[in-house]
Design a protein around this ligand. Structure first.
Ligand SMILES: Cc1cc2nc3c(=O)[nH]c(=O)nc-3n(C[C@H](O)[C@H](O)[C@H](O)COP(=O)(O)OP(=O)(O)OC[C@H]3O[C@@H](n4cnc5c(N)ncnc54)[C@H](O)[C@@H]3O)c2cc1C
Length: 325
């Protein structure tokens, strides 16, 4: 490992002040970041441990205006998995949390870290490959081994977004609170992500000194139904080959609004907007599931080894809709 400074933030203000310094990075559970340091994929000059910020470790239901579940950035994935309100009101979130990695990683890994983790692309994770996302000149997945890479999205980077929690939270219209040198602000979680571009080679919009402090998820109305499905190479301890988070708001037996978000198929969680349009005003049926599945993959550009993901996404969308029949 490279040498680095370590600072335990005494409070949020100090954390932000420390993180403002160039080459400083947030350390939460460390399950992603420490691996990157050991492999010399990253070499920040300073790690700012935010685990000291107890106020970011709470999970609560705000029963006033707009009723929202608030989950602090430091809440562990296993706490989300086991929380009674999550189990009762947000079953898709519980489904997603319980499928993340392994129990040990869920105990250590935090919500903020899960949402901000870096891609698992093997070229990104291998120090021998100076991939574009790490500052290099090209994406090695284009002509290399691309079985696990993107089929949707555009730009030079062909990695896929690894978080299981992000698609499901976006489908549930979660918002994210961000703290930084300019104070705090809140945006839709979907807007936290961006396709990396030449002048911003990362998949989140976070700037130096900014960190995620909380996620707010509106309490679903009684007319909402949701599901999260994940396809993996093995049944545990595996990232999604593809995942589907679906949330429907029903008006009688018709879909008044459908939010469909895909994981594992693009560099960021991917809203399947074409499929959402197909769902609008329709009765859920096997035929609709078929058409939504086809629409979910409109615009795909698979590579040599990942054509299978096109069928996989279609099947997951069909299965998700059929489960909500
Ligand atoms: C073997 C293995 C299997 C896995 N399988 C899955 C899986 O199936 N599904 C899945 O979703 N994930 C999976 N993961 C990823 C795992 O969920 C993440 O490593 C974990 O959630 C990261 O949380 P952390 O608190 O340890 O983050 P850290 O490692 O501390 O940080 C991760 C990144 O996020 C940044 N960060 C952390 N907190 C914040 C914050 N509050 N604001 C801004 N930036 C922040 C850090 O600077 C760092 O870049 C797996 C990981 C491993 C090692």
């Amino acid at each position: 490992m490279h040498d680095f400074q370590y600072a335990a933030a005494a409070d949020l203000e100090k954390a932000i002040a420390l993180l403002r310094e160039p080459e400083s990075e947030v350390l939460a559970g460390g399950t992603d970041l420490l691996g990157e340091l050991k492999r010399r994929i990253r070499s920040p000059r300073r790690l700012v441990n935010i685990k000291t910020l107890e106020e970011l470790g709470e999970i609560s239901l705000n029963s006033r205006a707009g009723e929202a579940l608030r989950i602090g950035a430091l809440v562990s994935i296993s706490e989300i998995e086991r929380h009674s309100i999550v189990a009762k009101e947000f079953p898709p979130l519980q489904q997603a949390a319980s499928g993340v990695a392994s129990p040990q990683l869920r105990n250590m890994g935090t919500l903020g870290g899960n949402l901000c983790q870096h891609p698992r692309c093997w070229y990104f994770r291998n120090p021998c490959f100076p991939c574009w996302l790490k500052g290099g000149a090209r994406c090695f997945a284009v002509v290399g081994e691309n079985k696990l890479h993107r089929i949707l999205g555009e730009g030079i980077c062909h990695s896929v977004h690894p978080s299981d929690l992000a698609p499901v939270l976006i489908a549930q219209e979660a918002r994210v609170r961000i703290a930084g040198p300019q104070g705090e602000h809140e945006i839709p979680l979907e807007s936290l992500y961006m396709l990396p571009r030449e002048d911003h080679r990362q998949t989140t919009v976070l700037n130096q000194g900014e960190l995620v402090i909380e996620i707010r998820v509106p309490l679903p109305e009684k007319t909402r139904r949701g599901i999260f499905l994940k396809s993996m190479e093995r049944q545990a301890w595996s990232f999604a080959l593809a995942s589907v988070a679906l949330q429907l708001r029903m008006d009688g037996d018709r879909v008044a609004e459908g939010r469909l978000v895909l994981g594992g198929v693009a560099p960021i969680p991917w809203r399947a907007k074409e499929a959402e349009r197909v769902l609008l005003g329709q009765k859920v049926s096997a035929d609709l599931a078929q058409r939504a599945g086809e629409a979910a993959v409109s615009g795909v550009r698979p590579m040599r080894d990942n054509v299978y993901k096109v069928q996989l996404v279609q099947a997951l969308v069909r299965k998700a809709l059929t489960a909500l029949l």
